[in-house]
Ligand binder design. Structure first.
Ligand code: SF4
Length: 483
């Protein structure tokens, strides 16, 4: 499946477009700022956050190291509890399995909770092509669906929408004006979604964590929609990335502290739903059938790769987006990828190694490392971005390859290095002068033009440090001789 959404434009073009949208930038910056503040408060309240992060890293690293074992244990336990498990090698296969289940049930309507992996396999499009309506029930996802857009944040899908824009969308759906008042907006969504819950034959969710020791699926939410999705429809489909596993309930306790605090700054989400098999004979509600589709879609290729395996540790909290100086300026849609922000800049190229256009996402970073500091499971995203850039230059070559070969040849020998520095000092003297021929020439050069458009190089000194050092030594020696 293709993960890029705006293939007619380059990353630079999409970013430039986003930068001109002052509403978008204000909305994204305002919300990410609030999320960061709330995260800081709630992580401080927990005590030694760094210890929690380290424990989180250890659990995720152990699980991914032995993923085959835990997947097997999970599948066995799901089946023992009466559920069915399917392994899908890619997005096409995952969507096909879900569609077959829906067709078998003669479903006309599916209610869905927020799930990135279902975005990845484009399940809504697949269902809709077959005449099956797919209704998003998370409020943010519902807004995005009405706007015919895609989520622009992992946790807050409609982060880019203002209250006025949302009221316009709801008014168009209702056929009469809906006020911008929060209560009116949520009341409208509640009424519409309750109708859908009552009609749907199938409920579909993602999975925050899958517990291997019991075959349970754990889902966090704040809106209560997941409870409706998982209890009202007779058939339940869970679609999950194969890396969602944790071995035990004790491990979940750590994750249940890390995820909400990092995502929204909450100590715990309002609801935590746990599905272990379908409804039992003595239970009043719940689905009669439970189908769990475990999706690979490029994930298993990262296993055993020392540079990239840790990307599978991700718990999709979105904290790296909220601190990223690039994401905070351009928002999620400019990435053109299902997964935006730093996690998307790494994950999307890894899941789509053959797609050259997706590879440029690794450039959407300043490599400041803020994403690593924010990550509750310590994924070194900034290192991975460098490895991805290296891989791209090695495979695609181009101007960067030539430039770095030249750079390496010059910096390898002291004499060439010193000669180059001397020459560059003279060239730079002219290039930083506004209006000089050199500066206008540089501003037209590929790669360089992007740098000089918004920056001015400082004047370099007349002499290098080595030259000054030599002069100083000479002066000292002469001073000693004259005494
Ligand atoms: S990479 Fe880390 S910070 Fe980013 S979404 Fe994943 S777990 Fe959260």
């Amino acid at each position: 499946m293709h993960m890029l959404l705006n293939t007619d434009q380059s990353l630079t073009q999409r970013s430039e477009h986003a930068l001109k949208d002052s509403f978008l930038r204000q909305a994204v910056q305002f919300t990410t700022e609030r999320l960061r503040e709330k995260k800081e408060e709630s992580t401080n309240a927990l005590g030694d956050w760094e210890l929690w992060r380290e424990r989180g890293r250890q659990i995720r690293a152990h699980t991914i190291q032995y993923l085959d074992y835990y997947l097997d244990q999970f599948a066995t336990n799901v089946e023992q509890a009466g559920g069915q498990v399917y392994f899908a090698k890619d997005g096409v296969e995952a969507a096909k399995i879900a569609l077959e289940i829906a067709k078998e049930k003669r479903a006309k309507k599916v209610v869905k909770s927020k799930s990135m992996v279902t975005e990845e396999v484009e399940i809504n499009t697949v269902f809709e092509k077959e005449g099956i309506a797919c209704v998003e029930t998370d409020l943010g996802e519902y807004i995005v669906q009405l706007a015919k857009q895609t989520p622009s944040h992992i946790i807050i899908p409609a982060i880019h929408q203002t209250r006025e824009q949302i009221a316009q969308l709801f008014s168009a759906e209702q056929g009469k004006a809906v006020s911008t008042d929060t209560k009116a907006l949520t009341a409208f969504a509640r009424q519409k979604l309750r109708e859908a819950f009552a009609q749907a034959e199938i409920g579909m969710t993602g999975c925050n964590f899958a517990i291997a020791e019991s075959g349970s699926v754990v889902l966090f939410s704040n809106e209560g929609n997941i409870r409706m999705v998982t209890t009202l429809p007779k058939t339940q489909i869970v679609m999950m990335g194969m890396e969602r596993m944790v071995p035990t309930w004790e491990d979940l306790e750590v994750m249940a502290n890390l995820l909400p605090r990092s995502a929204t700054g909450q100590k715990l989400t309002a609801y935590m739903s746990i599905l272990t098999g379908p409804k039992r004979s003595d239970e009043k509600d719940g689905p009669e059938e439970l189908h769990i589709i475990i999706v690979d879609n490029g994930r298993s290729k990262q296993l055993g790769d020392p540079k990239f395996q840790a990307i599978l540790h991700c718990i999709r909290c979105g904290a790296c987006l909220n601190v990223c100086p690039v994401y905070r300026q351009i928002g999620g849609h400019a990435y053109g990828s299902v997964y935006p922000g730093p996690i998307g800049a790494v994950l999307s190229p890894l899941l789509n190694p053959e797609d050259e256009q997706v590879q440029e996402l690794a450039d959407a970073s300043s490599l400041c490392g803020a994403c690593y500091d924010a990550c509750p499971v310590q994924i070194p995203l900034h290192d991975m971005l460098v490895y991805l850039r290296e891989r791209r230059v090695k495979t695609q070559g181009g101007i960067e390859k030539v430039a770095f070969r030249g750079y390496s040849a010059i910096f390898r020998h002291q004499a060439t290095f010193q000669w180059m520095m001397k020459t560059l000092r003279h060239v730079q003297k002219w290039s930083v002068k506004d209006g000089s021929r050199w500066s206008s020439f540089l501003s037209r050069l590929p790669i360089v033009q992007g740098w000089v458009r918004s920056r001015r190089l400082p004047y370099s000194t007349q002499r290098s440090f080595r030259e000054q050092w030599k002069m100083l030594q000479k002066e000292l020696e002469e001073g000693v001789d004259n005494q």
